[in-house]
Design a protein around this ligand. Sequence first.
Ligand code: MG
Ligand code: MG
Length: 265
Amino acid sequence: MVLLREQIRYKSRREIEKMRLAGRLAANALRVAARAAKPGVSLLELDKLAETFIRKQGAVPNFKGYHGFPGTLCTSVNDRVVHGIPTDYVLRDGDIISIDCGCKLDGYHGDTCLSVGVGQISEEAQRLLQTAQLAMYVGIEHCRTGNRLGDMATAVQEFAEARGYGIVRDYIGHGIGKELHEDPQVVYADQRPGTGFRMEPGMTITIEPILTTGSHRCLVEADGWTVRTRDGGLSAQFEHDIAITKDGPDILSLPDPEFELEDGL
Ligand code: MG
Ligand code: MG
């Protein structure tokens, strides 16, 4: 698909600061849920914690009701890749869970995701989580004025594949601002360096590559939302909202320090 430059909504400094408030609130709520992700806790309980937190701050969960999605969070456990509906599934020792959290505050959206282990997890799972987080930061590092989206995607794909992981093709990043999903589409695989949109100050996008331990191929479950790997391999994702500035990438979805997780997430 060919997109015109005009379809990208470049943000003013004032708008970027509003997005930072939304991103921070989503990041704080995400960590409230991630801290609670222990053996014996259900996905619905995590969802309720995040929703209550977001509403208390005068914001609204922006995933809830989006094309009919029922949750405040997407909760994707083990081989679930993305868009996992929060259910009464009770987390078990050794699970990994990707938690994606978004909110709308004062007209602007935040959208951020991280993946954590539940209790004691395998070395394979630990390595996946670490690599998925690093892959996101490789992408962020390439969010610089003058770079093309294809440069960023190539760097992320090479990083992940060199370490033996798949990169999911079917679910991608996006522009973000007054809408949860704006142009451009942000993909992380099968691009060429020097192609795609040129990054310019005021562009705000999500960096959210999804890594898998096996094949990148996915299927959608019978609930119409929850996506899982075809081969049953594990999947993990991290996501930040990024503003391109003349001084480099500005991460808009960092939590307040008191909400940071023990391992610095
Ligand atoms: Mg997200
Ligand atoms: Mg997103």
